[in-house]
Design a binder for this molecule. Structure first.
Ligand SMILES: Nc1nc2c(c(=O)[nH]1)N[C@@H](CN(C=O)c1ccc(C(=O)N[C@@H](CCC(=O)O)C(=O)O)cc1)CN2
Length: 283
């Protein structure tokens, strides 16, 4: 058995084409969807993600504004910038690229973003809405993962979803999104005993830990759907996921590659949320 590859790049392209049409319609109504992106410091990966977000905005006709600040700014300065953007009626979405330098508390920053402009879906109010099944901005990577699995037309209800990783931006919310779809969800993390015994029970295995090739075929049940969120840069400069792709593809039914798997869907769901924010703010 060789797994079918879930091509995040192609799925993202289709979804972005739909979004471009929605943006055209909004523009006909006099609304120009706009995203403000804040980048603090010169972390190379963050710079490249922000560049990709701006390019994606441009491709579908969303206006993007980039604010870059040196890594030594104070938290209060950053909070002032966010307050200004909250008040700016021409800005529909605000995103602060993570991680932030150590002198800035990420939670303070996320809480400062107006919930109606929080297109990352990280604000505690929006997380609460997601957990209680209300309409809100869903965090982009988890939303992209759900979109990818739904594209396979499998019934998620009753499936055992195992999430490896418990970060606030991927692990925790992705489990909640699958729970909303009536899956049985198990979380695993660095202190889980006998990880392999648990991941082998997964019908859908989602891995987001940042450990290159942690998951090999012995961790996977035959026919499982495997979603790899890891983006690890190896010493030779190549990218690899948290899943040993060549090994696991022999046993899984579907698998996401790295690159061109979950990553492009993250940016696409950000576009989706920004378009939704623009529409909501002009109701
Ligand atoms: N404010 C936010 N910060 C961060 C988020 C986020 O959703 N909001 N997520 C990650 C980084 N991230 C988006 O910001 C992100 C990561 C990876 C990709 C991606 O497309 N990866 C490519 C490979 C890219 C490469 O060559 O390095 C792929 O997987 O094909 C997009 C966005 C942390 N910060």
């Amino acid at each position: 058995m060789t797994a079918q590859i879930i091509n995040g790049f192609e799925l993202a392209k289709e979804k972005r084409a739909q979004l471009a049409k929605e943006v055209e319609q909004l523009k006909r109504e006099g609304i120009v969807p706009s995203l403000a992106v804040i980048l603090v410091g010169d972390h190379p990966a963050s710079q490249s993600y922000v560049k990709a977000k701006q390019k994606a905005c441009e491709e579908i006709g969303v206006r993007s504004v980039l604010l870059t600040f040196p890594s030594d700014i104070s938290e209060s300065f950053l909070l002032e910038q966010i307050a200004r953007l909250n008040e700016d009626g021409s800005v529909h979405g605000i995103l602060v690229q993570l991680p932030l330098p150590p002198q800035i508390n990420e939670l303070h920053v996320i809480e400062a973003i107006a919930p109606e402009k929080d297109v990352d879906g990280f604000h505690p109010l929006n997380i609460g809405r997601m957990m209680t099944g209300q309409q809100t901005f869903l965090p982009c990577t988890p939303y992209g993962i759900l979109y990818m699995v739904q594209s396979l037309q499998v019934d998620i209800a009753g499936k055992h979803v195992v999430v490896v990783g418990r970060s606030n931006i991927v692990g925790k919310p992705v489990g909640q999104l699958f729970l909303r779809e009536h899956a049985t969800v198990t979380y695993c993390h660095s202190r889980t005993n006998d990880l392999e015994a648990i991941t082998r029970q997964a019908d859908i295995l989602i891995v987001a830990v940042g450990k290159p090739k942690l998951i090999t075929s012995s961790y996977v049940k035959k026919g499982a759907i495997v979603i790899d969120v890891g983006v690890n840069r190896l010493e030779d400069g190549k990218l690899c996921g948290d899943v040993d792709f060549d090994d696991v593809k022999q046993i899984a039914s579907y698998i996401t590659p790295v690159p061109k798997g979950v990553g492009p869907m993250t940016i696409t769901m950000l576009l989706h949320n920004t378009v939704q924010a623009a529409r909501e703010q002009h109701k």
